[in-house]
Design a protein around this ligand. Structure first.
Ligand code: G4P
Length: 526
């Protein structure tokens, strides 16, 4: 068996996040190209569903079917084992992305140079900030006319609320784009549009090297020197610890489509990005180097074959080594389980694996035992934190339309909620079930899957709600008084926690004023 400490040190597990269309898929593909994991561009068929109209559900199904393979992409690069955890591009599946972010040690954010910071990036960054996840920013599409790079840096700082520090710098953009100067390693790459190959980097002594004038021209060389001088004047030197604490984001510029500026990003990433970090459990902090295996389920992916309902549970290894055919303790069910065919994810392939190390993800075949957030250990009863549910954006009552199939419907709802497809709240006043989602698409997913996988049919009825807030108080009496007063709007989530269903922002703010002893939370973890 390989040395556990060495295996941990060489691992980098991260996610790429962006607003749809900024270039996440393209960048992912180029990183795989560098890792030799794929050989031609265009090979990653990604699970992007964004271009499909909402109504085209069958198309989405098809695309989701292939997304298992691209959910986790592992590859080797320069002696490092890199795991990219894919996140769905479509914003209606944002909750999936939030959960994936709990399983990574760092994040790369892709920004479109012309569009700057967009809405979904802002939201995802909030999640990173909550968890102090280190982020690196890649400003993409420099081959097109975009905004002034200094303006982009200001916008990143203001909108993403994080300090920034450029580590590469573009020489012009659009039609005049000439290349990037690598501030981190002091070399220069000249831009040559090429979708398949990697541009050679040119060693230079420093920014004053006259060679720069020869290759980019005097004016552009001067402009570059002025820019770098300005950068060094405005931005403090790059501080790695600040980055690791999640307070400072290094910024790179390039064009993913042209495989340009990507190597600078990757080479810096492997050196500064954190290796697997300790994981916080309710009971204690779990260190990756601990001898005994622990891990948690952060994603469950259903097989779209309606004839057999089989799933894959994605388990992030937090500590120790996971072995095939060994018994592990499933904490929630208090049972021992053994896995004969665990799978590893290398590039886009899934293969059976014998040993899995911290930072890696192992796929376990699941026929309905696993729930998002479940913990596996060698016997210790621990529960990992950090899989919060966020207050949904849309709510609907779910109603049974076939009284003969009530059992199937209830089972289907339970299992889909276990998979984390949406959230269920039971109104304590009328006992009706409310499903909360991030977007309309999830309602369609649920209805379709209930019918095709469970033979149950349902219909949606409107319920006018603004937010679901988890409530708590140090003062039991105050809590009871609140629940009595708001009894029509109280619900329980699946863990039996109290949730207040506010029907407008006005009602919510009045409630916050009138009940100062009650804490209102917009995520289930506080
Ligand atoms: P996403 O996963 O973040 O949604 O973005 P994706 O990589 O699919 O990229 C969105 C579009 O932007 C694609 O074009 C892609 O080719 C283009 N793109 C990505 N990187 C660059 C870049 O560096 N420069 C330029 N000019 N374009 C870039 P598309 O036409 O929408 O899709 P496709 O038909 O090319 O796949």
């Amino acid at each position: 068996m390989a040395n556990l400490t060495d295996e941990i040190k060489k691992r980098r597990t991260f996610a790429i996040i962006s607003h749809p269309d900024a270039g996440k898929t393209t960048l992912t593909e180029k990183l795989l190209l560098f890792g030799g994991a794929i050989h031609v561009a265009g090979a990653v068929k990604s699970n992007k569903i964004k271009k499909t109209a909402t109504s085209d559900w069958m198309e989405i199904e098809k695309q989701r079917g292939i997304s298992v393979a691209t959910s986790v992409m592992g590859f080797e690069y320069e002696g490092f084992k890199i795991n990219i955890l894919d996140t769905p591009g479509h914003q209606d599946f944002a909750e999936d992305t939030f959960r994936t972010l709990t399983a990574v040690d760092s994040v790369i954010i892709v920004i479109d140079a012309a569009k700057g910071v967009e809405q979904q990036t802002r939201r995802l960054m909030e999640v990173c900030r909550m968890r102090n996840t280190p982020v690196i920013i890649f400003v993409n599409k420099m081959d097109r006319e975009g905004r002034d790079p200094f303006d982009i840096l200001d916008e990143l700082e203001n909108e993403l609320k994080i300090k920034v520090r450029p580590l590469s710098w573009p020489i012009n953009m659009g039609a005049k784009f000439k290349g990037v100067y690598n501030i981190y390693e002091h070399d220069l790459s000249l831009f040559k549009p090429d979708k398949q190959h990697v541009t050679e980097r040119m060693e230079i002594k420093d920014i004053n090297d006259p060679h720069i004038d020869e290759v980019v021209g005097k004016d552009d060389a001067q402009k570059l020197r002025d820019d770098i001088e300005l950068i060094d004047g405005v931005y403090p030197p790059f501080d790695e610890l600040d980055y690791l604490d999640g307070h400072l984001a290094p910024v790179f510029f390039g064009s993913a489509l042209n495989t340009f500026g990507v190597k600078e990003l990757l080479d810096c990433f492997i050196h500064i990005a954190p290796s697997p970090q300790p994981t916080q459990a309710v009971e204690r902090v779990v260190e990756p180097g601990e001898e005994k295996f622990t891990g948690f389920v952060f994603k469950i992916q259903a097989n779209m074959d309606p004839n057999h309902r089989s799933c894959i549970a994605f388990v992030k290894v937090c500590s120790g080594v996971f072995h095939r055919n060994q018994y592990y303790y499933h904490v929630r069910s208090d049972k021992q389980m053994r896995f004969t065919a665990p799978t590893a994810f290398m590039a886009q392939k899934k293969e059976i694996i014998d040993e899995v190390y911290p930072g890696d993800v192992v796929g376990l075949p699941d026929n309905g035992v696993f729930k998002i957030g479940d913990t596996l250990t060698e016997g210790e009863k621990i529960h990992f934190k950090g899989l919060p549910s966020f207050s949904p954006e849309m709510f609907k009552y779910i109603e049974n339309t076939d009284p003969m199939k009530t059992k199937q419907l209830n089972k289907g709802i339970e299992q889909l909620m276990d998979e984390g497809v949406a959230q269920l709240f039971v109104n304590q006043f009328n006992n009706r079930k409310i499903i909360g989602t991030v977007g309309q698409l999830q309602f369609e997913v649920i209805q379709y899957r209930l019918l095709h996988e469970y033979g149950a049919s349902c219909r949606w009825e409107p319920v006018h709600l603004y937010k679901a807030c988890w409530i708590e108080s140090d003062d039991d009496e105050a809590l009871e008084a609140f629940k009595r007063r708001k009894h029509q709007f109280m619900a329980l989530d699946r863990e039996g926690r109290d949730v207040f269903l506010a029907d407008s922002s006005y009602v919510l703010s009045i409630a916050q004023q009138d009940f100062p002893k009650i804490k209102f939370h917009f995520t289930s973890e506080f």
